[in-house]
Design a protein around this ligand. Structure first.
Ligand SMILES: Cc1cc2nc3c(=O)[nH]c(=O)nc-3n(C[C@H](O)[C@H](O)[C@H](O)COP(=O)(O)OP(=O)(O)OC[C@H]3O[C@@H](n4cnc5c(N)ncnc54)[C@H](O)[C@@H]3O)c2cc1C
Length: 433
């Protein structure tokens, strides 16, 4: 008998599961996502800085599945009832399943601060990254139109909250881009008025990453003129001033009109309502085979998978892919009525972080290998080209990068003026609300 498999969320984990399950004859696989496209999140910061167009990092699920399109439903998951074996979607629809895979990922954590949620930009999806790019373009134009030097400096102050990989990569790219854009396209602006501030809650950048990555990132950012505020927590933003709690709990304020938020993620609301044990950070606790304890047919993979065995699984693409592959192996063993494979164990492939154009750092502890500079940057480019979904996206990314890195003197900044109206609209919407 054909079993019904429901995959909730088509990110890194969900896509691995759905594509493999679509090929299984014994399974009817259905993917549910609130968007009709998959997003390659690690490159969203480049959409925000104009290095890539969003078409390079998104691909529709129907395109990915080719002719097997019956297996996708557009909808937001609003409830998961484990005991009843149902999933509720908005627009109203109730789905049942034989196997369920919860791979809804995470959302940006603004720590309940509504002003931050409204006025800060995040980089969690393609729309948000385009809005950030639009806001950057808008800020430059407002600075160029200012007659008051203080106001001009505030428009030229760009702040980034969060010194993890996304914040560091974004800051390096932003600093290089803004210096170049001002030099090429805004002769009336004084480049010395440009200020980029990276606000980091802890005492180091890239926390959890092996040496020498944190020190290398700090050195590179300093060389690009980025100011780093360590041990500072953003407590508020009104669109004109960022309020922080600094070292020794001192209040610190920074006049800035643009704030990009990369300071944390948490599970979507719907996960909070699932009647199952959670970890301290709200992930779903799983058994050694990534199933919710007591439900052998319900798996959790990717950013949402947690455990209560003292292991801290990373919220990264490699983890999402490996956890999804394990869930698949267990499903196949269950279908074949064979013994289950060995319990899941994560194998860390290492880390790569870009530090702007032609510079990156790669650390592969398993092979005692680390390298920096253009070779690391090339390795990063090749890996990401390989990982981007589909030939058309790879080609688009390659073309965008070629234009940006090789022809940039001829193609301009690409923080283009066509996006400005969006940045303006966004500010007005926030003001009204
Ligand atoms: C800016 C940024 C940069 C990153 N850079 C890196 C990097 O360089 N390297 C790395 O390894 N990792 C990176 N990560 C982390 C990595 O992207 C995540 O760990 C990975 O995407 C997790 O995969 P996932 O499948 O669990 O969830 P996701 O990829 O987040 O997918 C979740 C899916 O669920 C859908 N969804 C969510 N809620 C609902 C709902 N209620 N109803 C319906 N659908 C829903 C979403 O639309 C999405 O398609 C980065 C993340 C961000 C945000």
């Amino acid at each position: 008998m054909v079993k019904k498999a429901l995959v909730l969320g088509g990110g890194f984990a969900g896509l691995v599961l759905w594509r493999a399950l679509l090929r299984e004859e014994r399974i009817e696989a259905v993917l549910v996502d609130q968007n009709n496209y998959h997003i390659f999140q690690p490159l969203l910061y480049q959409v925000a800085t104009g290095e890539l167009e969003s078409s390079a990092v998104t691909r529709t699920f129907r395109d990915i599945a080719h002719r097997r399109t019956g297996g996708f439903i557009l909808g937001e998951v609003t409830a998961i009832d484990l005991a009843a074996g149902t999933v509720t979607l908005d627009p109203s629809r109730i789905l049942t399943f034989d196997y369920l895979y919860i791979t809804l990922g995470t959302i940006t954590n603004f720590f309940g601060n509504e002003n931050l949620q409204c006025l800060a930009m995040d980089l969690k999806n393609a729309e948000a990254a385009e809005q950030a790019r639009s806001r950057i373009a808008y800020a430059l134009e407002r600075a160029a139109a200012c007659t008051d030097p203080e106001s001009c400096r505030a428009w030229l102050t760009f702040s980034v909250a969060g010194g993890g990989p996304a914040g560091v990569e974004f800051c390096c790219s932003l600093a290089q881009r803004l210096h170049r854009t001002i030099e090429m396209e805004y002769p009336s602006l004084d480049p010395r008025d440009l200020r980029i501030a990276l606000i980091q809650g802890g005492p180091h950048l890239l926390e959890g990453m092996e040496d020498p990555a944190p020190a290398a990132a700090a050195k590179k950012l300093a060389s690009l003129g980025v100011e780093i505020f360590y041990n500072h927590r953003v407590t508020g933003f009104d669109g004109e001033t960022i309020h922080c709690c600094g070292e020794n709990q001192q209040p610190v304020s920074l006049p800035a009109r643009t704030l990009v938020w990369t300071a944390g993620v948490h599970p979507p609301e719907v996960i909070g309502r699932v009647a199952a044990p959670k970890t301290h950070d709200g992930r779903l606790v799983t058994d050694p085979h990534l199933r919710i304890p007591g439900y052998d047919n319900i798996f959790v993979a990717g950013d949402l998978a947690g455990n209560d065995r003292g292991l801290c699984w990373p919220q990264t693409a490699p983890f999402a892919i490996q956890s999804a592959r394990h869930a698949l192996r267990v499903t196949r063993a269950m279908l074949d009525r064979k013994p289950l494979p060995e319990p899941f164990s994560y194998s860390d492939p290492g880390n790569m972080v870009t530090l702007g154009r032609f510079d990156a750092i790669c650390i592969f502890p398993r092979f005692s290998l680390q390298f920096r500079g253009i070779s690391a940057w090339m390795a990063w480019i090749l890996l990401h080209l390989y990982r981007i979904m589909g030939m058309r996206n790879r080609f688009t990314a390659l073309l965008d990068w070629f234009q940006d890195y090789a022809l940039r003197d001829y193609t301009g900044s690409r923080i283009d003026s066509t996006t400005i109206s969006w940045g303006k609209k966004l500010r007005e919407t926030c003001r009204k609300s």
